[in-house]
Design a protein around this ligand. Sequence first.
Ligand code: ADP
Ligand code: MG
Length: 314
Amino acid sequence: ATPTAVMVSTGVGANNGVLIKGGDALERAQMVKYIVFDKTGTLTQGKATVTTAKVFSGMDRGEFLTLVASAEASSEHPLAKAILEYARHFHFFDEPSAIEDAQNHEKNPKFSGWLLDVSEFSAVPGRGVQCFINGKRVLVGNRRLLTENGVAISTNVESFVVELEESAKTGILVAYDIALIGVLGVADPLKREAAVVVEGLRKMGVRTVMVTGDNWRTAQAVAKEVGIQDVRAEVMPAGKAEVIHSFQKDGSVVAMVGDGINDSPALAAADVGMAIGAGTDIAIEAADYVLMRSNLEDVITAIDLSRKTFSRIR
Ligand code: ADP
Ligand code: MG
């Protein structure tokens, strides 16, 4: 392709909301053999919603939700936002205010005081959050977080979590003073176009893979819905780039599509990194392409554009 053709194609991309950072990136996309998709916020809408909250201890439901929301109040994770919103709705269901009111409760006298005082908060990557409330340790996260901290998970609770996961939901376990007190189920629906795009890529001869920090059962349920066979689940934040490298070993050209801070090392490691426009700045910086409309159809647009620029016009 001539420099003019590259320039024209870059302009065509921009007009369609596909920002391409340079001619090399435009050229590499035509050769992509594998596309690795992040799950949350990339294949899914990234709008997690709590669908179930089950208290397993004698604790009052409102108390339970206040405790969990307080523990999650300092977390930036989409799951934390969903939990806060759910708890806020439970307590103030008729208040039209936004979730920020709950999170910045000091600033809004109406909501002041509903969240409990938290000390020693920390986010545990790939696991959840931990803190102290009323001098007792509170853990909110996946099985791994709880078992690593010596919390026993009864068969009763385990089968409830399995049931959530088999219906593509993420189970969030809550422990207070090293005892399991409840479980929340969070759903994050697929983007409307996700399955069609996966099928379209298959027809184009591109193999699709899903990578996620979420648990195996949920990951597999989501992958099945979207039509992806190759799943890598329970991947720690640092592990996504390793997944990319494993596909590159035989010289294959690998693309990564992601939106999160967690995805940025993988976006940088990929031959073609594509960031979701609605994603985090760090992901956008690490990528070669930015899909401004946050629509997965633009993954196909990008590959088509590259193929048209470099393969056909030789
Ligand atoms: P991903 O964004 O790919 O799902 P993460 O590493 O962010 O991966 O999270 C992995 C898992 O850790 C989540 O599916 C969830 O089970 C748990 N987790 C992470 N952060 C939180 C949080 N703030 N609250 C509850 N669970 C969390
Ligand atoms: Mg994501």
